[in-house]
Design a protein around this ligand. Sequence first.
Ligand code: A2H
Length: 260
Amino acid sequence: EGVNPQEYTLIKLRVQEVPEAWSETLKQDGKLGDVYLVAATLRPETMYGQTNCFVLPEGEYGFFRMRDGSIFVCSKRSALNMLYQDLMDKEEQEPTCLMTMTGQDLVGLPLDAPLCLYDTIYVLPMFTISMSKGTGVVTSVPAEAPDDYVCLRDWQSRANWREQYGVKEEWCQPFDVVDILSFQGEGEGEPSAPAICEKMKIGSHREKDKLAAAKKEVYQKGFYSGVMKRGPYKGQPVSEIKTQIRQDLMDQGLAVPYFE
Ligand code: A2H
């Protein structure tokens, strides 16, 4: 970690159906507030391209009470940062954790994701998530994020992995890559991440070194030469509207700022 704090956007992914067995524990004064998996991202302008959400199967996720009565699902470490950043009740000395689950327990939850073209997306496992970065929840944009592309492809193509981790076909199979940016010149119109992953012959999402190289290239390209293909800023360069899209999401209560 450097000296300058990294500014993330937390995207609020609402759990569409909270399992019956959890709701008693999560109720406050007899009422169940909205439950959100919160994903830290550096690319809020890509949220049109979400296809699923990732968690670490062996990671520990807490259900934390926020100031507005809603519940955020995230790592304990990030909840503590949220307390300091004023997202929780001031009176509390520490984050109020209503219950704890593993990532594996969250797999298959149906979510409502802001700006997403799919009405429902699902939680899938990702083995390379770090629990000491962001919230431990990653929202998946396979068009622009190589890690996301390869991981989604792993679940779509590997029946043996699906069986081992209890992943149903209908949680991953129907979710085609949604392209969100266009580019001038070479590779015009084709989403960046799939192209570079195929070119580099990345075999699975466990190939961390190759994915790190791919990620760097795609990120620069998206920010400096990407043009929006979707939404109200269609036709405008990413570099000019990125901050505005983040602000729009926050104004609509669909995202919150987060630093670490
Ligand atoms: B980004 P940095 Cl479209 N473990 O969001 C692993 N990866 C994590 C994480 C964790 N605990 N928390 C967040 N991330 C991912 C979108 C995106 C992202 C796109 C393209 C590139 C990209 C959709 N996924 O990141 O180490 C999140 O994925 C490439 C830099 O703090 C987050 O932004 O630089 C990014 O990594 C934060 O990584």
